[in-house]
Design a protein around this ligand. Sequence first.
Ligand code: X8Z
Ligand code: ZN
Length: 605
Amino acid sequence: MKIKSLLIGTALFVSTSFVASTTVYADGHAEKQETAKEFVARIQEEGRKLAKEVEAAYWVRNTYITPDTAVLAAKAGERSLAFESSVVEQAKRFKGTKMDAETARAIELMLRGSSAPAPNDPKLQAELAQVLTDMEGQYGSGKYCNENGECRELQELEAVLAESRDYQELLDVWQGWRSVSPAYRKTYQRFVELGNQGAQDSGYENLAEAWKSGYDMDTGEFTIEARRLWEQVKPFYEELHCHVRAKLGEQYGTDKVPADGPIPAHLLGNMWSQTWENIYPIMEPYKGVASLDVTKALKEQGYDELKMTKTAEGFFTSLGLPALPESFYENSMIKKPRDRNVVCHASAWDMDNGNDPRIKQCVEITEEQLSTLHHELGHIYYYIMYKGQPPIFKGGAHDGFHEAIGDTIVLSMTPSYLKEKGLIDEVVVSEEATLNKQMKLALEKIAFLPFGKMIDEWRWKVFSGEIAPEDYNQGWWDLRTEYQGIKPPLARSEKDFDAGAKYHIPGNTPYTRYFLSFIMQFQFHKALCEKSGHKGPLHECSIYDNKVAGKALGDMLTMGQSKPWPDAMEALTGQRKMDASAIIDYFAPLNAYLKEQNANRQCGW
Ligand code: X8Z
Ligand code: ZN
């Protein structure tokens, strides 16, 4: 399970008095009541002490999966949930009382639903901690062993999905990884019950409502807002889908990829069909124009895990942000250990109150992993910049902000930047080169959007009971097809648990944050480019080495979650809303190209 702030928090309340009041009891003794401000200070102090132990246990568990570390992590999780439950109980008494704005924000954050809110019953707290520890451990140590007894881990299977063009081989690994998750389907069902209990005990109707409570707006309003953003980008996704399907039809035959239906999920270059940049060689509009093979350059130039990480750090420091502390390199795990199971899914950790930030990533020498390193360092720089805030305000303005920072930086890794780093030979300026570059990026950023949206559509329905436990898999594929236009390449049944094959389900990490991030990162990029003085099309802008842009970014990061997110958004972009026009405008050249390509095709599925 993930480390969240130990102080979890929702809705806005106003309170009674700024001064401590006194209660006089029947026996005559008097007790001074704690003010809201005093309460917030005390809880933050208690939380800080507990966090140290809990973080240590989780870190060890994530970097060394054994039955022993499961015991330690589950115990720590249990203590953390007990604390959280008591905080929520105590915070409730300040509802409707008067207090200063900062204290009101702190209380509001304490009452906000977390990804796994604590049930009141200590037995259920223990069970919830156990269930979360077990699921993540099973995912992390999952392997697919074929009939010859050869076992492969997720990263090896992912590499096949990325590189192979052999229909049967792709099918084998796609199906193989999905042999791991059925083992915790029942566990997940129990998690849903416990999570809903926790949500109800914290004052929410169910866990979906608790998850939607983190956006400084009514949960119903948030659902509509997320849908609005999806509607903004959907037509563009449909154009991309249409062209990709046609090209895959040419590659694999229209018997395998019919021109009018969903695409088989194993042909898109990714284990979950979530981003499609690995099939760029099939999609490249102008063959061989302006090679973008950064992976090849990284390998040829002998990059290792450390050099990859330092390269990512170098971008942030070029903006005037501070160097990473030495402890970052001492304590992070950037190399996959060869002799033990770890949770390889990349993550960033805010340990010791901002003093010991770390990442955990099984770095491979590829362009994709270089992007992921920037993504993780985006989290790390958020931690570093809001280090001076009180603990309760340490967090992203909302969770999508946290996810968007590193990705915003990656948007500045233009051909000119890559040339400067010696990772491509020449910068080709032509319409063809632009379309190649845009295609590659769209296969990552546009292809992701419906995936980013549907994961929590599924969980919201599971949490509310609209998808019953006996329909988990069917419900999953209904949404996969509706949103992404893909289908399972072979028959599935309710013995399968395909949702569970994606890290964030057993890891219980909410996913709408990534959908929001993929849209907002283009808003941020646009704003930073304007501040940097860039003139010309957005896709040519890099803020590398620009201190003005760096200052604007740093200022927003420093705010943490001390203010409602529209304030942070406004500070950086001048707008108070999330908006997809920046991502749409960015891809205008590709959009026109796709419309041309699709002119005589029947799109949709
Ligand atoms: O999980 C992640 C990060 C860690 S927060 C590596 N991402 C999502 C995923 O891998 O599914 C980044 C983009 C989407
Ligand atoms: Zn992230």
